[in-house]
Design a protein around this ligand. Sequence first.
Ligand SMILES: *Cc1c(COP(=O)(O)O)cnc(C)c1O
Length: 461
Amino acid sequence: MRDLSSYPAEPFRIKVVEVPKMLDRPEREKAIVEAGYNTFLLNSEDCYIDLLTDSGTTAMSDQQWAGLMVGDEAYGGSKNWYHLKAAVQEYYGFEYVTPTHQGRGAENLLSTLMIEEGQYVPMNMYFTTTRYHQEKNGATFVDVIIDEGHDSTAKDVPFKGNIDIAKLEKLVAEVGAEKIAYICLAVTVNLAGGQPVSMQNMKDVRAFADKHGIKVFSDATRCVENAYFIKKREKGYENKTIKEILKETMSYFDGCTMSGKKDCLVNIGGFLAMNDEDLYNRSRELVVVYEGMPSYGGMAGRDMEAMAIGIKESVDYNYIEHRVEQVAYLADRLLDAGVPIVEPAGGHAVFLDAKRFLPHLTQDDFPAQSLAAALYVEGGVRAMERGIISAGRDKITGDHHRPELELVRLTIPRRVYTYKHMDVIADAVIRLYEKRDEIKGLEFVYEPPMLRFFNARFKIK
Ligand SMILES: *Cc1c(COP(=O)(O)O)cnc(C)c1O
C-alpha cells in the first residue's frame, strides 16, 4: 500500500452534519430479510454508510446552498437557466443545451430523436438506463469496449474504458454505416468499474466516425473523473488543467447526455447538449412532452443555479484529486488484504469481484446480489449488485444476459465521507472475506419485467 501521507487530505471543512443510525447486527439481519435481500429496498435510515450510489448523493457546498436562495421559479426564462446554459457552454463547449430532470431524461430525448427502428448503437459497455432507451426506440445495442474492459484482473491497462476500433469496423462492415444511429462513448465506463477513456481513443473514434459519416455522442456522466485520469495517465496532459482537458474531451463529440447527479455535484438534474441546431430544435419540441419547458426541463430554478455552480466547482483540481484518490485508498486497503477487486480502481467506486470472492457459487446463484446483502449485515454498509441481476434478460431469447463481470459496487458519494469511513468499509469487507465460505446463493421471489434490479426480491437458496 502507498505511504499514507500520499493520499490527499480533505479539501473541505464540514459545516453541517447528518447523524446516521447505527443498527446492531440482529436489527440489520431483520432489515435485509424485509428488503428481500435487495439493498435497493433497504431504508436509508437503516444504513450507517450508504454506498448504493454516487448519484445525487453529493454534499453540496455552501456556495451551492446559497445559490438555492436565488432560485427564480418562473415557468419560462428563469435567470438560473441562463446561468446553467452559460456554464455548460463554457465548461463543456456545446452551443445548445436542453435541461432535463436527470440523465435518463436526456437519454430519452436523444434516443427518441436519433434512432430509427432496426438501427444499431455501439457503445463502450452498456449502462442500464442508456441501453433501455436505445432498445426501446428500436436499436440493437452492440458492446464495443476493448476486451480488457471485461477482465477484472487486467490491472496494467490505464484506459480500460476505450472503444476497440476494430469492433466498430467489424460492425460497420456487417451492417453498413447508415444502420448506425450514432456511436455512444461513455466517460468513464461505470459498469466496467469506473474505467477511463483516453483522449487518443476519443480522437480515433472521432476520425473513424467522420470517415463513415456517423455521429458520436458522449454519456458524459463522469467526464470530470475521466479528465483527472487523463491528466495522471496520458502523456502530454500532465500540465493541462482539468477544465482544459474536459473541454478538449467534449470537442470530439456531436453532443452529450449528462446526469448532473454525478459530476455536476448536485442532488438532481441533467441535460442534453449538442452543436446541431436542428437536433436542438427537435429536442425543444420533445422536452415539453416529458420534462417541461426548454428553460427548466423538470428542474426547479434553484436546482439549476446549484448545478451551474457545481459545474464550476467540479473542475477544481483539489476537489477531483481528493475524490479519485479517496477511492484509490479504499481499493488499496482491500488489495493489501488480498480481497479480489476490479483493477485498477476506477473513479467513483471500488468493485468487489464476486466471482473470485465467492468461487463456491455459480452465476445463477446471484453471487454479487448475495455478497451485497451480506456486507450490509456485516457492517451496516449498503452497496449495489452490478452483475447478472442488473444485466437483465435478452429481449429475444428471454434468458439472463450473463455479463463477464459479476460485481458489487462500493460507490463513494462526493464530499460526504472521510478516510476513517473508508477504513470502516474496508474492515467490514475484509472480515467478510475471511468467512466467505458461509455466504450462500439467492433465488428470485419476485422478478420485475424491466430494470429488474431496482425492485426484485430474493430468498436464500
Ligand atoms: C447515472 C447514470 C446515467 C443516468 O443518469 P440518471 O441521472 O440516473 O438518470 C447514465 N449513464 C451513466 C453512466 C450513469 O452512471
